[in-house]
Design a protein around this ligand. Sequence first.
Ligand SMILES: Cc1cc2nc3c(=O)[nH]c(=O)nc-3n(C[C@H](O)[C@H](O)[C@H](O)COP(=O)(O)OP(=O)(O)OC[C@H]3O[C@@H](n4cnc5c(N)ncnc54)[C@H](O)[C@@H]3O)c2cc1C
Length: 382
Amino acid sequence: MLAHLLHLQGVDSLVVEARSRQYVEERVRAGVLEQGTVDLLKESGVGERLEREGLTHHGVQLRFGHRTHRIDFKELANGRSVTIYPQNKVIADLFDARAAAKGQVFLEAADVSVHDFGVSDANGSGKPKIRFRTGGESHEITCDFIAGCDGFHGVCRPSIPEGALTVYDRIYPFGWLGILAEAPPSSEEIIYAYHERGFALLSMRSPELSRLYVQCAPDEDINEWPDERIWKELHARFATVENWTLTEGRIIQKGVTGMRSFVVEPMQYGNLFLAGDAAHIVPPTGAKGLNLAVSDIRVLAPAFAEFYKTGKRSLLESYSETCLRRVWKVQRFSWWMTSMLHLFNTDNAFDQRRQLAELDYVTSSRAASQTLAENYVGLPME
Ligand SMILES: Cc1cc2nc3c(=O)[nH]c(=O)nc-3n(C[C@H](O)[C@H](O)[C@H](O)COP(=O)(O)OP(=O)(O)OC[C@H]3O[C@@H](n4cnc5c(N)ncnc54)[C@H](O)[C@@H]3O)c2cc1C
């Protein structure tokens, strides 16, 4: 996304990616796009397929006490909405845009390392460098800036000298067991279910594909979950007195994801700028990971553009501060949704009563519903 936006501003860049294009395009991950993410993709000319295939949602549903309560975005979030469109399709559309613009993308890059990005290096001994190998050939790229958009397990963040970053971290005592099933979604909108057996989520990727999750142990062994057990658990957690049934289908993918909240401050060091999961992780309950990565890029792209137009570094210098204001608000929302909907301690009846009271409050108070709605569709960009 950054390379695409920079190209539109006439700024050259190249992308170094550890995986193949096929791997990245088939990697099933996020699927809920905030209004601001959708607007940016469309405005920047990569929203054609999104417009055709994206499913616009004007609300989400919270199910607890065997009943369903709707949070209506049209009424509560100024008509803003979210769009269901899979992350791997966003990536595929961006690959197409890069190819059309003849942008350079090095795929299946091995032994990637970053060097000389400290300000003193850039002013003194040299410019930042990226070294890597592709197809047995070694490369060294000399550049003005490095954008560390290489995810939580990438090399950029660990390359920053020890002591320069402060880490804020929280690991949750549960994970999500997720499936992708060839089943038409049983609901037109996403359902978040609170249940005494644990949280469950019904989401979708298309009119033919359902994405479903159940709360599980963080180290749950997926081999102990044959398909029948997964469906049985989903039926139990989504049980309702209403006229509703869960549609089953062939499970085509399943896996367990751990849950954590993580932020490093600052998100920059010299001429290296961290963005997305390289700088922060949210638990997936608020559907924010991808959207937050895009928000960082919405700050970073104009900052680079300003530098090349005017020579000024002011937007670059305030990059981390600008991003972190939003990052922490999104962290708070993701933590809050997670805390409200998951069982932390199965034998603490007080906590469960308190969570049910909170869900009752959130779905019966206009002010509380609005808080959820405006965060879910995405806070405005500053
Ligand atoms: C299983 C799973 C399910 C998820 N579900 C959701 C969801 O439902 N909703 C949601 O909002 N978010 C979800 N997320 C989070 C969301 O996918 C991320 O927040 C988002 O992808 C962050 O984008 P990014 O570009 O920062 O990082 P990434 O998408 O991780 O991109 C980083 C890229 O860098 C590459 N890379 C890594 N190391 C190197 C290296 N050394 N050199 C070169 N390249 C490297 C990687 O191959 C990758 O392509 C999920 C994540 C996972 C893992």
